[in-house]
Design a protein around this ligand. Structure first.
Ligand code: AMP
Ligand code: MG
Length: 358
């Protein structure tokens, strides 16, 4: 049985936070909102509770969890020898959507870190998350609150779709703010290395720590050699339906007529600008799922995972998604798109026709 607790994200009701925190303290599982995506939380000091997270999600045991702490001053409770750079960065950007990989404190059970000697830590900028951690009195281990490989949940309804009946509590705290996961940086290397592009842009982070190394493989979603973070070798964020990257805008503009000729339906996941150029299209053969303006990527990031779920709900047999410039937040958006498409790209109308036909 799953209990649903609706909590005000601006002024979280203390008695409701206490109810959810008591479940964490009793080795239970609580899905809760953060500023990035919803998390599936359990006590980060309790190996049995953390094992539940893996079994609920169907998450491979070698994919470690992120520990959520209530403030930068608690870093020493989960990590060792963080060093001045990490301390400075944590004080500058936390609470916020940055996860740092550091040497692990031996008190953290090895199930959390998948047996590695490093731990991923962040302090979320969300009142419900912060009060829940504070009231629980422990760091909360939490990956995204979706079934493994499904798109991360950015709305309460997404969590309900994936986890109803599987977790003890789901907190309904409304939509998340950023819609893509935290940026992960390995602080044990010099210079620090970007492991996962996310809500915090590399340019913003470099203001505090100097140069951050960005591996080339992050630009095409194909892990070259060893995966950067353990979780990155897995297919991710994926809708159940096939999704292809539209290499250029013309593919999207021709998609309705290509679909009509093939007697198929296509969903076009695109910017406001492309939707405007599509104008009055054949609604029978094409569904438009708008992501937001290509000049303000915050909207596109926020809507991306919901768009993947909308594709699954639609009657289209194939989705095509627009390419965004890989700068700033665009790096995180394109990283998620590459993983969701699994590398499938359509270059022109002919290729689209073949995909729809086959
Ligand atoms: P999720 O919260 O579901 O997005 O998953 C957490 C992400 O953090 C996964 O991609 C993990 O591989 C990554 N992660 C967690 N711990 C570590 C670690 N010690 N070193 C590198 N990556 C980590
Ligand atoms: Mg995840």
């Amino acid at each position: 049985m799953t209990t649903i607790i609706r909590i005000d994200p601006v002024n979280p009701e203390p008695e409701k936070i206490r109810e959810a925190a008591s479940v964490i303290r009793r080795s239970g599982t609580v899905a809760f909102p953060t500023e990035t995506v919803y998390g599936l939380g359990a006590s980060g000091l309790d190996a049995t509770a953390c094992r539940k997270i893996f079994s609920i999600k169907g998450r491979p045991a070698d994919n470690p969890l992120i520990l959520h702490i209530r403030s930068a001053s608690r870093l020493g409770e989960v990590a060792m020898d963080a060093g001045t750079k990490a301390a400075r960065l944590s004080r500058a950007v936390w609470p916020g959507p940055l996860t740092m990989v550091l040497r692990k404190n031996p008190l953290i059970p090895s199930v959390v870190t998948a047996g590695q000697d490093t731990v991923a830590v962040r302090c979320p900028a969300h009142r419900i998350a912060l009060r829940l951690i504070g009231e629980s009195g422990v760091p909360i281990a939490a990956p995204s609150a979706n079934i493994s490989t499904r798109p991360s949940p950015t709305k309460f309804e997404h969590v309900l779709q994936d986890l109803d009946g599987k977790v003890d509590v789901i907190i309904d705290g409304g939509d998340t703010t950023f819609g893509v996961e935290s940026t992960i940086i390995d602080m044990t290397s010099e210079p620090p290395t970007l492991l996962r592009p996310g809500a915090f842009t590399v340019d913003d982070l470099e203001k505090y720590v100097g140069r951050i190394s960005v591996p080339k493989s992050l630009h095409n979603g194909v892990a070259v050699g060893q995966p950067l973070a353990p979780g990155m070798k897995y297919r991710h964020y994926a809708p159940s339906k096939r999704l292809a990257l539209a290499d250029r805008t013309s593919v999207m503009l021709h998609a309705p007529e290509v679909a009509r000729a093939a007697r198929k339906r296509v969903a076009i996941l695109c910017s406001m600008e492309t939707a405007a150029r599509l104008g009055a299209h054949d609604a029978q053969s094409a569904t438009i799922i708008q992501l937001g303006s290509s000049s303000d990527l915050y909207d596109a990031a926020k809507n991306l995972f919901n768009a993947f779920r909308a594709l699954d709900r639609s009657s289209a047999e194939l989705g095509i998604v627009e390419r965004f410039e890989e700068r700033g937040l665009g790096l995180a958006i394109m990283n998620r798109i590459y993983k969701a498409t699994g590398g499938l790209t359509v270059k022109n109308a002919k290729e689209l026709a073949m995909l729809l036909g086959g």
